[in-house]
Design a binder for this molecule. Structure first.
Ligand SMILES: *[C@@H]1O[C@H](CO)[C@@H](O)[C@H](O)[C@H]1NC(C)=O
Length: 215
């Protein structure tokens, strides 16, 4: 009897944990829903009779992004806006180029987990967990290494080698979105008031003004 009870309990706990652990993307209702070009109006599915292979195709990731900018990095997205066939499929891709000692600044994707692989170079990566722990996970990646940034968490990449970094990131949304922390906080339009930023960051007004001028 005691054995049966504990067995029952473990089965119950198992099924409970299973229902908690497993979640899935919503399933699509159609084979695909290629969006008409944005210029043609609302994001309705293109008539399948007019869909062809080019709707599922993108060319250009062989070309390095231009990293001549203050961060020294460039992300080339292949999201639904670049590849209309991605619409409703919950997946997308980006090429990341980073010049030596350049960074892809701290940012988060509100709608996607990101899995990244390094094709070239040496890349320091990291992400930070939510409050109150704000635990920092960081790792140095070499060619062929893979790292995952969980959905919504702030993360960054930095080229710590002497050559260029080329990485490919896959994202679990057709439109992952990106919130770059510096730009969002110090470059908002209209700007966040000095009073808020001075208190929030415990910094002098002149420092806040300087940061706002940079973004
Ligand atoms: C790269 O970007 C910089 C800065 O915007 C620009 O001056 C330069 O011409 C660009 N290089 C190429 C190859 O497009």
């Amino acid at each position: 009897m005691a054995i049966n009870l504990s067995l029952l309990l473990s089965v119950l706990l198992l099924s409970l944990s299973l229902s908690v652990v497993f979640a899935a993307d919503p399933s699509t209702l159609l084979d695909f829903c290629v969006t008409a070009p944005i210029s043609q109006g609302s994001p309705v599915c293109k008539d399948p009779k007019h869909v062809d292979a080019n709707d599922f195709f993108f060319s250009g990731l062989h070309t390095a992004g231009n990293t001549t900018n203050p961060a020294g990095s460039k992300v080339t997205p292949v999201f639904a806006s670049q590849l209309p066939g991605l619409n409703t499929l919950g997946i997308s891709l980006a090429r990341i180029d980073i010049a030596p000692w350049g960074v892809n600044p701290p940012h988060s994707h509100p709608r996607a987990t990101e899995i990244l692989t390094v094709l070239e170079g040496t890349l320091e990566v990291g992400f930070i967990t939510s409050n109150p722990e704000n635990r920092h996970f960081t790792k140095v990646l070499q060619k062929g290494d893979v790292f995952v940034f969980p959905i919504g968490l702030i993360h960054y990449q930095r080229n710590i080698g002497y050559g260029n970094v080329v990485a490919i990131a896959a994202l679990s949304s057709q439109n992952p979105g990106a919130i770059t922390i510096g730009n969002a906080v110090f470059g908002a339009t209209p700007e966040i008031s000095n009073e808020v930023l001075v208190k929030a960051f415990q910094m002098d007004r002149t420092v806040i003004n300087y940061l706002q001028s940079k973004f």
